[in-house]
Design a protein. Structure first.
Length: 144
């Protein structure tokens, strides 16, 4: 829920502003006529709103991990395929869909070729190093 907040020791130490704001709240009037669960929810909402206000957001620098075997040409063609799909979705027509299908089939073939070429290169390297071979097999293995 609040996982994108950057809550570190430094931010907690400098969280005196949160404590000051919590001290300014009149909890007597805030909690009057409420049960324990309602009081907890009220306090929790107030605390989390202050956390969002005072703690910096965590920067997301996780980029999608590109497969090792995909070439730049393949990435370019994948973008071309996605572009063709978005053009089709904006204004559906049979010609745009047929264009998309042709590009999609080309991209799938290119991806297959890239993967096969990568695996052939790996096999050539495995002849020299069995440890690498077993590491690859362990990585590729799926549990059914």
């Amino acid at each position: 829920m609040y996982s994108n907040l950057n809550i570190t020791i430094q931010n907690l130490i400098s969280g005196k502003q949160i404590i000051n704001e919590l001290n300014t709240v009149n909890w007597q009037t805030e909690f009057s006529g409420k049960g324990a669960e309602e009081m907890w929810m009220s306090f929790k909402e107030k605390l989390f709103s202050l956390m969002v206000k005072y703690f910096p957001r965590r920067r997301s620098n996780k980029r999608k991990k590109k497969s090792v075997w995909i070439s730049a040409r393949t990435v370019k063609n994948i973008k071309r395929r996605n572009n063709a799909w978005s053009h089709y979705k904006k204004c559906p027509s049979t010609t745009k869909y047929n264009n998309y299908k042709v590009i999609r089939n080309e991209v799938n073939q290119i991806i297959r070729n890239d993967r096969n070429n990568y695996q052939k290169k790996l096999i050539q390297n495995f002849r020299n190093c069995l440890k690498r071979f077993y590491g690859y097999i362990r990585n590729v293995q799926t549990v059914i």
